[in-house]
Write a protein that binds this ligand. Sequence first.
Ligand SMILES: NC(=O)c1ccc[n+]([C@@H]2O[C@H](COP(=O)([O-])OP(=O)(O)OC[C@H]3O[C@@H](n4cnc5c(N)ncnc54)[C@H](O)[C@@H]3O)[C@@H](O)[C@H]2O)c1
Length: 260
Amino acid sequence: MGNRLSGKTALVTGGGGGIGAATARLFWEEGAQVAIVDTDSEAARQAAEGIDPGGERVLAVAADLGDEAGAEHAVRETVARFGRLDVLANVAGVRVYGPVTEASLESWDFILRANLLAVSYCAKFTVPAMEKNGGGSIVNVSSVYGDRGRAGMAQYDATKGAVIALTRALACDHAAQNIRVNCVCPGATLTGFHIRRRAELKGITLEEAEAEIRAEDNKRILLRRQGEPREIAYSILFLACDESSYVTGTTLMVDGGLGV
Ligand SMILES: NC(=O)c1ccc[n+]([C@@H]2O[C@H](COP(=O)([O-])OP(=O)(O)OC[C@H]3O[C@@H](n4cnc5c(N)ncnc54)[C@H](O)[C@@H]3O)[C@@H](O)[C@H]2O)c1
């Protein structure tokens, strides 16, 4: 337990998922009051209960942040419960696989809403709340593939590249309000999503899928392993708290050396 965020309120989007839940937990351990926001209400509730069963410093909010009204609702609920908002961690995200020759208007709409518009809407409603406290910190989660090329996930990678550009634009627009905006680019990170996907694709159990991923010697990654959600959460914490007080508009690769 630490005090890097004591007295602060943080909103973590996608807090029902792997990296989001690890981030919410770490923020809470560092003294923050934490709102966990997710479309998956049950996942948000379980994450909140797992972190703080008493619920004193944690709140679960069900909202689709790809809708402007959902983002407004999440910010309003957070401020109503905790009285302020100092940190926004935009972790929520979805994946679409395949090249653009297989893309449709529906698949673009789905991924743009969750991966790009949600970041924009959450920032839109968070900035005025942060301004009331004299400033704050926004941390957006992109991907190493928002910066580097690969085959097979064109739509996802395009949205993640846009998040890096949006981070820089937000940093420029809101520096005068003492709001810092930075971006974390995770590499391959071992979350439930990837374990479930591997298990489904190969028709194996979740335990087998996790063991298989962990046993892989991935030569493209300098550290030869996937990251743990908590390793990504520590980089988000750094950018969220005052230890990074002179950092804004930057993109931090947290990828075990995948993108080098
Ligand atoms: N895991 C990785 O290998 C990896 C690598 C690079 C980047 N990332 C990024 O990190 C973030 C978290 O990844 P993860 O592996 O923890 O994913 P995850 O699928 O475990 O969690 C994502 C969460 O976001 C929620 N969500 C999706 N759309 C939403 C919306 N419109 N409104 C509210 N909530 C929504 C989902 O319900 C889910 O709980 C994502 O943005 C992802 O693109 C992950």
